[in-house]
Ligand binder design. Structure first.
Ligand code: URA
Length: 231
């Protein structure tokens, strides 16, 4: 097929947008920049945009290291949205597969595949999320048991599902908490229910996807096919 048609199908852009990418010399075919829309590509051609190999109609699965100060929504009156950190096209098609508070850092998954994100965010799927938490007050001896048994949050009918607490550093009041739910401000509310206060919160894992240690705050990368297939 023609290169511009390939770009329309793989990136979800219009023919006009595809031609602009080609004219701007952003597209390479088999390692060489090509600026002719009509050249033919086939199954064996390696078509790349911004060093990313394109495939036809592939959904996008992205991991972002969200820095402090960014919100996980398309718009916000006060803070920048984490979407400004993405250099992508068709931004309106992308959504967050689970959010973090503005002051929480770490792993956020972003996609244009609604069924995939539903498997991560739906309460029915009990997808696990792990948080590194820094507390204002000392860690009490009964915390591990209390998280296992479930915690009564303010304004909730049921106890939280069993959660796993691992103590990392008693002097620094630092723990790892793995929960299977995603209620509003859940981690902060769980510790508040125990009379403590979260001072720092960082998510490093969702399901079996771990935040890539080579990413700096604000950087992102595409999930590998294996990572995306875990949901
Ligand atoms: N729990 C919270 O309280 N905040 C987050 O950002 C994520 C989980």
């Amino acid at each position: 097929m023609r290169l511009d048609k390939f770009l329309c199908d793989s990136l979800g852009v219009t023919r006009k947008e595809a031609n602009q990418l080609i004219k701007r010399k952003e597209i390479s075919v088999d390692g060489a920049m090509r600026n002719v829309a009509s050249i033919q590509v086939n199954d064996t051609s390696k078509v790349e945009w911004k060093e990313r190999q394109l495939t036809i109609s592939g959904p996008r699965y992205i991991m972002l290291f969200k820095p402090d100060g960014y919100v996980c929504s398309h718009e916000d009156a006060t803070n920048p949205t984490a979407f400004v950190l993405l250099d992508e096209i068709k931004m309106d098609k992308l959504h967050f597969a689970g959010r973090l508070d503005v002051d929480t850092t770490g792993l956020v998954l972003i996609t244009d595949d609604g069924k995939w994100s539903h498997r991560i965010t739906s309460p029915k799927h009990n997808c696990s999320k792990r948080y590194r938490v820094w507390l204002a007050e000392p860690i009490q001896d009964d915390y591990i048991e209390k998280f296992e048994q479930g915690i009564q949050l303010n304004n909730e009918k049921d106890l939280t599902l069993p959660a796993t607490l691992e103590i990392i550093d008693r002097e620094e009041n630092e723990v790892l908490l793995t929960i299977q739910e995603g209620k509003y401000h859940q981690v902060k509310r769980m510790f508040a229910a125990l009379g403590n206060k979260v001072e720092g919160l960082h998510r490093d894992t969702i399901g079996s996807i771990r935040l890539d240690e080579t990413l700096e705050p604000g950087q992102y990368r595409y999930l590998t096919a294996e990572e995306a297939a875990t949901f």
